[in-house]
Write a new protein. Sequence first.
Length: 367
Amino acid sequence: MSMLSLSRRLRRTPFSEGVEAAGVKAYTVYNHMLLPTVFRSVEEDYHHLKSAVQLWDVSCERQVEIRGPDAQRLVQLLTPRDLRGMLPGQCGYMPVVDETGGMLNDPVVVKLAEDHWWISIADSDLLYWVKGIANGYRHDVLVDEPDVSPLAVQGPRAEDLLVSVFGDGIRAIRFFRFAIFEFQGRNLLIARSGYSKQGGFEIYVEGSERCMPLWNTLMEAGRAMDVHAGCPNLIERIEGGLLSYGNDMTDDNTPHECGLGRFCNVETAIGCIGRDALLRVVKEGPVRQIRALSIAGEPVPPCDRHWPIRAGKQTVGRVSSAAWSPDFKTNVCIGMVMMTHWDPGTRLTVHTPAGEREALVEERFWA
Ligand code: THG
């Protein structure tokens, strides 16, 4: 593998200075922006995430901001999840689909006020889809990418770290809710959420100039808690069943194929784009679906292309993410499996670059 050439099109982040000082070893590109993938090693980062607390530069989770009187109407067009009961102060995982029911993104939506929403996007250019719909429907809204950079604080000691900086009010934030805190005389939005199963928070920092001061404050305050720079961890997120858009699913997949049917209310999300297609999917049921799998044997190499899943000579699916799990002592995987072979306990083979391996459909890895 050769190096990536840097340029203005590949955006740095307002935390890059801190990330570099912490010894980042590798990046990926996400929403045209740098996203760290390794600090010490993927395995060391994994053990540390599960035992201490990490600061993650997830600035690449860009916000699509929607402001104006038609904001709620527009957001509800974007998703088959019924948002009518959602109140300001809440966040929600929200599949976004096209007119065929194909996944365009799987963001977290943040409701700041009836007329003010952030859509915290995964890796696809959702801004253009949202602008196109807003203009096509002549909605009275402004749609833009604001100067907002999320910083995730993840791990079992995340709460203690944030309490030490922002006070006991942090403990009162419920899962997928947010509250406003003060930092150096200005407001910060802090939500209990994040792309790990270890618990933690996401701080949505408005204003790039505030990012490094916040980073340095948290690094200083967390010294006794063994705080370290980290990043979304491949092993931990597969164990936790957290999907990665562009890896585990694309616009070829419906939310139901992705196991995201619980975030869809196609009966009541009236008027949402893709509703007719998804009504059909719900009626007939998906014929393939995301599954957790384990692959036997030695650690497998990184999954940078689909690995065929076979039952004898028949191809019955594909693996899209895989990693050796030190805690489960097997290769943990996410794949798409045909309904004929998707029951937990089904024995299959996976064609990996390291050869044919025995695999098992799992119920899940996480508790
Ligand atoms: N946080 C924020 N923005 C994001 C992500 C994030 N944007 C990109 C990407 N991650 C979007 N994808 C996901 C995938 C899973 C979750 C959040 C965003 C997630 N899922 C939990 C789960 O499946 O257990 C909880 C879902 C729920 O119960 O509501 O957290 O991480 N800001």
